[in-house]
Ligand binder design. Structure first.
Ligand code: SF4
Ligand code: SF4
Length: 388
């Protein structure tokens, strides 16, 4: 496909065209087309990445490590993405190594962080939520509350990226539970949909790019870090390229849900809804939240663009949205009475679709019938007039 974006000098592009190229080509094709140019630029880039691991399962690191184009080893060795600090990937490190005090920043992670903070100007990636309960005792590293480490490191960062649902919105650690009040886990800017995050509590006034997801797609991370390192995104650009939950609209389009490009969408339109797992039809009745979830999972896909949740037979659980997991629980049960398309639930859609199929009309006609039903509910007389 000729998109008109195939032979550009990527380093000369302004930010808008750069983002347009990423959006139109998709991250894999984008990296495939421009990998050499980006590699050349990154080789001379000095920017370091500091990656802090808060309260999380480390799934976001695992997802990032499993990126395909380039993989992380290529990113580090060939593209010169300079990961200055990352607990998951670092070799043996700590205050003590092999039982003896580690005296140099090569081995002592506390000294390493202090060194990086002195230099400043790094990109900070935060994975995991930040606990505030019990003065931060629910996550300490070398006896130091994580919230204090975050405060120390965030202050000197040139940009901050929240990697995954937990650092973006609190995620699973901040989910409903008997101990939630005591632990008080937060995302950096948001906790759930509320703007009540760790940064405001710590007095840090910095924008954050939220790469939501449990985990986020690895391409979100590579493209965002690449764009920041190359100066294609600066903090001043962020209001134009992020949605109201600080997610880049290029990955989380506000006017698009997974449902629209879902590989099972044809079955939904025909009212063919599976009621048991392992079928091939729409997963709506098994609890799929694709109709409420804004992200490009269905087009970008995962594992080298091989598959994605609904294609593999698992209902979408809405992991890219703020409020996950509480707002999307229970995961595998139909959300009864919640309108999804034109205000109708799946049962109504199924009835209309079956009726429409019987008289040989297509999906667009189903939507027309639904609009008319909706109007009828709201204004019965006007709807009747409209149908005549
Ligand atoms: S409800 Fe879920 S499985 Fe069905 S078409 Fe929409 S996104 Fe796909
Ligand atoms: S399809 Fe749904 S559950 Fe799967 S990664 Fe995307 S948002 Fe998360």
């Amino acid at each position: 496909m000729n998109t008109g974006l195939d032979n550009l000098d990527i380093l000369e592009l302004d930010r808008r065209t750069f983002l347009k190229a990423v959006g139109m080509l998709g991250a894999s094709a984008f990296l495939g087309n421009y990998g050499t140019q980006i590699a050349r630029a990154l080789k001379v880039a000095e920017t370091k990445v500091v990656w802090l691991n808060g309260a999380a399962c480390t799934g976001c690191s695992m997802s990032f490590i499993n990126s395909a184009h380039p993989d992380v080893v290529q990113a580090i060795t060939e593209l010169n993405v300079n990961i200055g600090y990352m607990e998951t990937l670092s070799p043996q490190q700590g205050i003590f190594v092999d039982g003896a005090p580690a005296g140099t920043s090569e081995l002592n992670s506390e000294l390493k962080i202090e060194e990086l903070v002195r230099e400043g100007g790094y990109i900070l990636v935060v994975e995991g939520a930040v606990p505030f309960g019990g003065s931060g005792r629910y996550l300490t590293i070398a006896g130091k509350p994580f919230k204090d480490i975050l405060k120390q490191v965030a202050g000197k960062a040139s940009a901050v990226v929240a990697m995954g649902a937990c650092s973006s919105f609190g995620g699973v650690p901040s989910a409903r539970s008997d101990i939630r009040k005591d632990t008080d886990y937060r995302g950096l800017l948001f906790t759930g949909t509320e703007k009540k995050g760790a940064f405001s509590e710590l007095g840090i006034d910095k924008p954050v790019i939220n790469l939501a997801g449990c985990p986020p797609n690895p391409e979100f991370g590579l493209i965002t870090l690449g764009a920041l390192i190359l100066g294609k995104i600066t903090p001043a650009d962020l209001p134009d390229i992020l949605d109201r939950y600080n997610r880049p609209t290029v990955f989380f389009p506000p006017d698009h849900t997974i449902h629209e490009n879902c590989p099972r969408r044809g079955y939904y339109d025909k009212g063919q809804l599976d009621t048991e797992f392992s079928g091939e039809h729409c997963l709506r009745k098994l609890g799929c939240k694709g109709p409420y979830t804004h992200s490009d999972c269905a087009t970008r896909r995962w594992n080298n663009a091989l598959s994605m949740c609904t294609k593999a037979g698992s209902p979408c659980i809405g992991c890219m949205e703020p409020g996950f997991p509480d707002s999307f629980s229970p995961f595998y049960r139909e959300s009864e009475g919640v309108g999804i398309l034109l205000g109708a639930d799946a049962n109504t859609i199924a009835k209309v679709a079956i009726g429409a199929a019987a008289v040989g009309v297509g999906a667009h006609a189903v939507r027309r019938v639904m609009v008319s039903m909706k109007k009828h509910d709201a204004e019965p007389e006007k709807a009747e007039e409209a149908q005549e």
